[in-house]
Structure formats: C-alpha cells, structure tokens
Ligand binder design. Structure first.
Ligand code: ADP
Length: 271
C-alpha cells in the first residue's frame, strides 16, 4: 500500500513567488527505504515540508496514508510521522539523553512505567542505552543524531523522515547513523525517507527519487540510478569514489596491473 502518493505536485512558497516544485509525481510504498537526492535548492526539503503538512501543494495532490492534509486531520497525520533534522544541536529539549527521549512520550501522557520501558527500548535500538544520563550537548554529532532518531521513533511512527540528518556529521558519525537506520529497517516495519545529497547513502535505500530544479528526474533503484552516472554528474551530484573508479576503468579499458599509475588515477578522478 502507498504510504505517500504525490500526483502532479506544483508548489510556490508565495503566490507571486517562483514555482519550486514542478509536476512532481511519485509513490512510496509502506516498509520501504526511499532516498531523495538532489543538489542544493532542488526542492528536497520543500517536498519534506509538504509531507509533514507545513504547506499544502499549490496544485496537484499529496496523499499521506491515503489522505490529503486538511485542517482537521493535520495532527492525526503528523502523529504517524517522526522527523529528524539536519542540525543535531537544535533538536534537544531534555538535559539528559533519557529525559530528552522521554519528552514526547510525557507530552502524550504515556504512563511513567511504560515511558521508561519505551525510552530504554528505543535507546537500545539506536545503541545509545549506555548514555542514559549523559548530557546531549556533550555527545558526538553521530551520537546526537542517534538520540534524535530515538526521540523520533519513541512514538512508534509509521514513517520516519531524515532531512539531511547526516550532512553535518563526520564520516564515522554518518556511518553510525546509517547503520542505525539499517538495523531499524531490519527489525521494524517503519518506512524511511532519507533526504541527502550524499550518493553513498543512497546505496542502502530500496528506491531513489532524484530531484533537479524542482522536478523529479526519476524514481528508480540505486543500481539503476548509477547507470545514469553522467546525468547525475551533470546535475551536480558527486558519484561515490568506487563508482567513479569503476567507470574510469571501463571507459579507459585500463589494464589495472600494468597501466594504472597513481598519477593517472588521481588525475582522472579529481580533475
Ligand atoms: P533542497 O532541500 O533540495 O536544498 P529546498 O526545498 O530547500 O531545496 O529549496 C527549493 C527552492 O525553494 C530553492 O530555490 C529555495 O531557495 C526555495 N525556498 C526554500 N525555502 C523557502 C522559503 N521558506 N521561502 C521561499 N523560498 C524558499
């Protein structure tokens, strides 16, 4: 079943302002991991804002769990979605890790015992259960984002949206967050939408939406997407190193053992 269905979505922030989404149509099936990629300003975050009901499409339709957003159902739909944003420092409300994760549950009136259990459960899921009493601001970037994910999944959302959640992290933090999401996908039936401009991350997803200048270029599998390597480079996306290497070897028909000097490799890959 489609959990998100966009049909010919057009969107402008202001009535007189430029259109930032053009005829965007796509389907996201329940239980999948979908990556949305595109250069800065291609409309990825705008799409996420529409999905969480911050704005309505100017034209076309966006159905979440089979429903269009209306004033009446906006909170019911939002309850079913967890969101993690880009900046790990902007999303903490608690003074300790466990208080922070408990916050949304407390707000929802979850009884104390159940709340404690759920906090432990989700912190275990993101491998942060050793940090119950740590102050969030003292954690590394990757640890902060894992705590933010724990907070987002504590309410058992059906859909988890990661909006550039790894873009401020170092490689280790990025890898830890991606591993956490992979494990979450393996152990729960949550649907994940990860917005990124890092094509390495796309490899983990089931499907990819490639955005450029407010248009959806294609919705496809990661494997298929990388067959459009040249097109991806043209729209400003950096291919993963391994793929550039593979393309180079194919293009140049280089015999690795005899002809590929270090200078040649550097020259071809970074110029
Ligand atoms: P991305 O997430 O791919 O970087 P965005 O969705 O943030 O792209 O931006 C798409 C376009 O919408 C850009 O041209 C950006 O300048 C514009 N935009 C984003 N937010 C706003 C806003 N609040 N008001 C007006 N224009 C905006």
């Amino acid at each position: 079943m489609a959990i998100v269905q966009g049909e010919e979505i057009n969107f402008s922030y202001d009535e007189e302002g430029p259109r930032v989404l053009h005829d965007v149509s796509f389907t996201i099936e329940r239980g999948k991991w979908i990556a949305i990629v595109g250069h800065n300003g291609s409309g990825k975050s705008t799409l996420a804002k529409l999905m969480i009901g911050l704005y309505l499409p100017t034209d076309g339709s966006l159905k979440m769990f089979g429903e269009d957003y209306t004033e009446e159902n906006v909170w019911n739909i939002r309850e079913r979605i967890g969101v993690v944003f880009q900046n790990p420092d902007n999303q903490f409300v608690g003074t300790t890790v466990q208080d922070d994760v408990a916050f949304s549950l407390e707000n929802r009136g979850v009884p104390y015992e159940e709340m404690r259990e759920r906090v432990m459960e989700v912190l275990r899921q993101v491998s942060m259960d050793q940090f119950l009493d740590a102050e969030p601001h003292h954690l590394s970037g990757g640890q902060k984002q894992r705590v933010a994910i724990a907070g987002a999944i504590a309410l058992h959302p059906e859909l988890l949206i990661l909006d550039e959640a790894t873009s401020m992290l170092d490689p280790q933090g990025r890898e830890d967050v991606m591993r956490t999401v992979t494990e979450l996908k393996e152990t729960t039936d949550v649907t994940v939408i990860s917005i990124t401009h890092d094509l390495e991350e796309v490899l983990l997803a089931d499907e990819v939406l490639v955005m450029n200048e407010g248009k959806l270029l294609f919705q496809t599998t990661p494997e298929e997407m990388f067959r459009h390597g040249k097109q991806l480079e043209e729209i400003g996306l950096d291919l993963p190193f391994t793929l550039r290497l593979a393309n180079l070897l194919e293009r140049e028909e280089i015999n690795v053992a005899h002809e590929l000097t270090e200078e040649k490799l550097v020259e071809q890959l970074w110029t």
